[in-house]
Design a protein around this ligand. Structure first.
Ligand code: GDP
Length: 641
């Protein structure tokens, strides 16, 4: 979690009944008289920087409007500055300035003519005690590391998590029976470690794609008899993309076939150089079944966490991330959260994604009811009015009405978001989607048919030189494009490239849902050219590609090794020498040359609209009825870097 930069901000937290005027008086000593009533305006100053000019009290709702934000979005930004404000609250000038600066604006108040409107000093009421502003202690306190296990299937992630869980029973620590709530804690002396119970990178990256960086340390589990496998490499890419440090647990060292030295050599090849080879990767040899090395692993996790200097604010309103959520009989929706800041308490009003509710109970990982949870502590929250998604942020709010209203606004904006599912980053819009002033980076995930062609491809891509854009290859692997690739692309704002490979159905669906661009190629120079053009901001699909016709698959004939798609030409014409791609539910599945184009038994060069034909593309075998085959030609356009 990024730490709050502000450690001095005070927070005005009026009770629900507090009138805006009372809140403004309380806020950081700024007299409301220094701000006059009236509308606000956004303009540009001489330097071209946008200026928000507010006349009168700076009410959160109005300021949001002037910034073009929904009130809950502004409240969220304020929270990130440790300023807890309600919808109708009047902000002090300093807070307004801070949040405007955060959003790239400068802020000024328009002062009224003092003679015409003499300032009225706030009159303290004698009979009613003055509402005292609650000053939140923003000091940062060390917190426990949060650890996720990753690695190839069957390498022993679950067994290791179980072995570690057992250590606390052995230490006599468990006062209850361990509950599977999605995460658990282990104490080591004065310190503790939080383990996320769902191993694997799918959950990890799903969370990250929602902006949640919950994990501080990844333990990469590698079976010592098996070595680094495809999912191990994927896990390394996922951790690196998230910039989370990796500790390696070389597992199953009890087996006769165990070969930890080989694993260390393989790790070195991947740039994870073990400490004993002079690198900085911590490698611990363990056996989950025998319990060997578990203590050493825990010590190493604590050592790594000391280096990371993990700290969080403990006092005040809580922020937390959902680890898992479900509906439970008798309890209604429950969500296991990991507190990231502040203290989550029973009775708090909580807002979580489009849901809200009062926290009725908090249950810890031993099944015990607890009153509160501090940073890095996992608890199950009972009381939300719906089941949030993993990775969603939970915030506590001062009052119910506000939480409800924000939840509704969020639900509405989620609905609006769903409607527009256009890709976020595409090769064609690389320049448009990256804001001016930011360093432009093109993130790629590349899947290919064989290791050799992947290496050749990456080698060529790395040779592209561009002053305008940095090329970052987030992950490369052999095999079809999978759902996990799409998640990684979403979390890393990447485009997915397939070279001589296809897209899984699940990946195609996920790409559509998440707005991720998949580009399929079967010729290396075309791929390189397109990336070059994208990096030069010159990629214009209209110029490059002209569609000549489309066909729909009506029936699949399993004639021989290669099935043939029985098609009907829908538009234009399809030709033997054109290029073609298969599109399923609007996502490209395969791209390749035309192998066969037949009318009845005869090979033909061309089939026109309205006619039927048999089509086979490259070595593709998985046609489905309803697939669309798009035929196109490519034209070269001038390019420069
Ligand atoms: P996961 O898929 O990575 O979660 O792997 P599991 O924890 O399910 O383990 C897969 C298999 O490896 C199971 O049959 C375990 O019993 C076995 N296994 C796990 N750790 C060890 C170990 O340290 N030694 C041996 N011999 N077997 C292990």
């Amino acid at each position: 979690m990024p730490q709050d930069k502000s450690t001095t901000a005070t927070a005005a937290k009026p009770k629900e009944s507090a009138a805006p005027a009372a809140a403004s008086t309380a806020a950081a000593g700024t007299s409301p008289a220094s701000l006059s009533s009236g509308p606000a305006a956004a303009g540009a100053d001489a330097g071209g920087e946008k200026v928000i000019t507010i006349k009168g009290p700076v009410v959160v709702k109005d300021l949001a409007g002037n910034l073009g934000l929904k009130p809950f979005q502004l409240i969220h930004h304020l929270m990130e500055l440790n300023i807890f404000a309600t919808l109708t609250q009047v902000l002090d000038e300093e807070s307004a300035k801070k949040v405007c600066t955060k959003l790239g604006y400068s802020f000024q108040t328009e002062k009224r003519d003092r003679a015409a409107h003499p300032p009225t000093p706030p009159t303290p009421k004698k009979d009613k005690p003055k509402k005292v502003e609650e000053v939140i202690d923003t000091s940062l306190v060390p917190r426990a590391p949060v650890v996720t296990f990753m690695g190839h299937v069957d390498h022993g992630k679950t067994s290791l998590l179980d072995a570690i869980r057992k250590t606390r029973v052995a230490a006599g620590e468990a006062g209850g029976i361990t509950q599977h709530i999605g995460a658990y804690r282990v104490k080591r002396g004065e310190q503790s470690i939080t383990f996320i119970d769902t191993p694997g990178h799918a959950a990890f990256t799903e969370m990250r794609s929602r902006g949640a960086k919950v994990t501080d340390i990844v333990v990469l589990v590698v079976a010592s008899d098996d070595g680094l496998m495809p999912q191990t490499l994927e896990a390394i890419s996922h951790s690196r993309a998230a910039k989370v440090p990796i500790i390696v647990a070389v597992n199953k060292i009890d087996l006769p076939a165990a070969n930890p030295m080989r694993v260390k050599g393989q790790l070195q090849e991947q740039g994870l150089v073990p400490e004993e080879y002079g690198g900085d990767t911590i490698v611990v040899e363990v056996s989950a079944t025998k319990g060997t090395g578990i203590d050493a692993l825990l010590d190493m996790i604590l050592l790594q966490s000391e280096v990371l200097e993990l700290k969080a604010r403990v006092k005040g309103e809580a922020k937390a991330r959902v680890i898992e959520a479900q509906t439970e009989v008798g309890r209604g929706p429950t969500a296991t959260v990991l507190v990231t800041e502040g203290t989550l308490k029973v009775g708090d009003m909580a807002l979580c994604g489009p849901f809200s509710g009062r926290v009725k109970a908090l249950v810890d990982d031993l099944g015990k009811n607890v009153k509160e949870a501090t940073p890095s502590v996992p608890v199950k929250v009972i009381g939300l009015d719906g089941v949030p998604s993993p990775g969603e942020e939970l915030l506590t709010m001062a009052n119910d009405r506000q939480a409800k209203q924000m939840a509704e606004e969020r639900a509405a904006s989620l609905r609006a978001k769903k409607i527009e599912s256009s890709p976020k980053v595409t090769l064609e819009t690389l320049f448009a989607t990256i804001a001016d002033g930011q360093k432009k980076v093109l993130n790629l995930i590349i899947k290919g048919d064989v290791q050799g062609s992947l290496e050749a491809l990456v080698g060529q891509l790395r040779k592209i030189e561009s002053k305008k854009v940095d090329l970052e290859i987030v992950h490369t692997a052999v095999g079809p494009i999978s759902e996990s690739d799409i998640l990684l692309a979403k979390a890393s704002q990447a485009v997915v490239i397939g070279f001589n490979t296809k897209t899984d159905n699940a990946a195609a669906n996920a790409a559509k849902r998440e707005g991720i661009q998949i580009k399929l190629f079967s010729i290396i120079y075309e791929l390189i050219d397109q990336i070059k053009e994208a990096m030069a901001g010159l990629l214009d699909p209209e110029l490059r590609e002209s569609q000549i016709g489309t066909a729909i698959v009506k029936k699949v004939f399993d004639l021989s090794k290669y099935p043939v798609a029985g098609c009907s030409v829908q538009s234009g014409r399809v030709t033997r020498n054109a290029r073609a791609r298969i599109v399923r539910r609007k996502q490209p599945i395969y791209d390749g040359g035309v192998q066969t184009l037949k009318r009845f038994q005869d090979d033909v060069a061309e089939v026109r609209s309205g006619m039927e034909c048999g089509i086979r593309l490259g070595d593709f075998t998985e046609y489905e009825e309803g697939d669309i085959i798009e035929f196109y030609t490519l034209e070269k356009v001038a390019q420069s870097l």
